[in-house]
Design a protein around this ligand. Structure first.
Ligand code: SAH
Length: 366
């Protein structure tokens, strides 16, 4: 199977070329594209409108699915977390977050992560492997099928965030190809405008993204207002310190549409980066660069081996107030799925927390 072409990693033109190489007419390629991405079928057996001999030929050289669902957890708030496994046995995690107007799927770009952010559990795994475009797309297919059933239209549309395991800007080619495949109106039809990519601050890729015509939204994980502290919390800062990062943001701004802002994420660690003074330093830093940005404050999601506690909500609100008083747009992000370890920075926990109500824990074995 390792050598088989993974079909969810092919765009419409590549799929047509593959089908034609089998001696099939071009419209079969369009049919196959619809089966994979509009109906989200994950096996050739289900594609009963395709001729048997064509399906047999496909099965010999290609595969529609390479990820297996190891387990699924459902949170009290409806968030669903999937532990998936690649064909070579590596862990991948995907989170489905139901929301009133539109659901959000948080996907992984790498198995594990090479960046050593001190507050993130995925960092403990190290980098196992960067995912392929097909593996990125398949995560979305799996989550949508589980939420809405195979073959159905998604009732409310879907937002995507590249905020699962991994650093998406170190998976740039896979990511951009996956976005192109998912945007196709004959398939999933999730356009880049519905996608937010979060980076720890890979400067050259921020500049590259700015030049992509139909690009996703950008979020940057900041976590500290000074180099001294960011060097410790996010060691990638030693390679691209704040001055370089914010200069890249300034260049990125040129690509913003009227009224659009990009996002800084600021994880709030109790007694570490959450004082009034930190808030003033952060506001001054952003104001000094006059950035068209907003700040999302994310209370730390604790996970056993991580040495931090979440900032109490009253201080989060106070921090937000200080930013706002200095003209910085700030929002507090509500944690979702903490009880099943699905929240930011909790992925890679082997199992959910012990005190989980067994009635809300549905475990599917893959
Ligand atoms: N590597 C990318 C995307 C993954 S992290 C990045 O760094 O942006 C997605 C977000 O979760 C980041 O903003 C990160 O700062 C935040 N995060 C990581 N660990 C966290 C934790 N334990 N609690 C709360 N947020 C966390």
């Amino acid at each position: 199977m390792n050598q088989a072409t993974h079909l969810t990693g092919l765009d419409a033109a590549e799929l047509s070329a593959l089908v034609e190489s089998f001696g099939e007419p071009a419209y079969r390629g369009r049919q196959l594209f619809g089966a994979l991405f509009k109906r989200r079928l994950r096996s050739f057996e289900e594609m009963s409108d395709l001729p048997k001999n064509f399906r047999a030929a496909l099965a010999e050289r290609a595969t529609a699915s390479t990820l297996t669902v190891e387990s699924r957890y459902i949170s009290e708030d409806g968030t669903r977390r999937y532990l998936l496994k690649t064909h070579d046995g590596l862990p991948v995690e995907t989170v489905f977050i139901p929301e009133e107007r539109r659901d959000t799927i948080c996907f992984s770009s790498q198995s594990g992560c090479p960046l050593q952010c001190s507050f993130c559990l995925t960092a403990k795994l190290g980098l196992l492997r960067t995912l392929t475009a097909g593996e990125i797309v398949e995560q979305i297919v799996i989550a949508l099928n589980d939420a809405y059933g195979t073959g159905t239209k998604t009732p409310r549309g879907t937002n995507l965030v590249a905020m699962g395991a991994g650093e998406p800007f170190l998976a740039f080619d896979s990511l951009m190809k996956a976005l192109r495949i998912m945007a196709d109106p004959n398939g999933l039809h999730i356009v880049p405008n519905r996608v937010t990519v979060s980076t720890a601050g890979i400067v050259p890729r921020i500049l590259e993204l700015a030049r992509v015509p139909d690009r996703p939204h950008l979020a940057i994980s900041l976590a500290a207002p000074t180099d001294e502290q960011r060097d410790v919390l996010m060691p990638i800062n030693r390679k691209w310190p704040l001055a370089e990062l914010l200069a890249a943001c300034k260049e990125f701004e040129v690509s913003l549409k009227p009224g659009e802002r990009f996002t800084f994420e600021y994880v709030m660690l109790d007694g570490v980066n959450d004082s009034d003074e930190h808030a003033r330093q952060l506001a001054n830093l952003l104001n000094r660069h006059q950035l068209r940005a907003k700040v999302n404050l994310i209370p730390h999601n604790p996970a056993d081996p991580l040495p931090y506690l979440p900032t109490p909500l009253a201080q989060v609100e106070r921090f937000k107030g200080i930013l706002e008083a200095k003209g910085v747009h700030a929002y507090v992000r509500r944690p979702r799925g903490r009880d099943i370890y699905a929240a930011c920075g909790q992925l890679a926990a082997r199992r959910p927390v012990n005190n989980l109500n067994p009635q809300i824990l549905h475990q599917l074995t893959g």
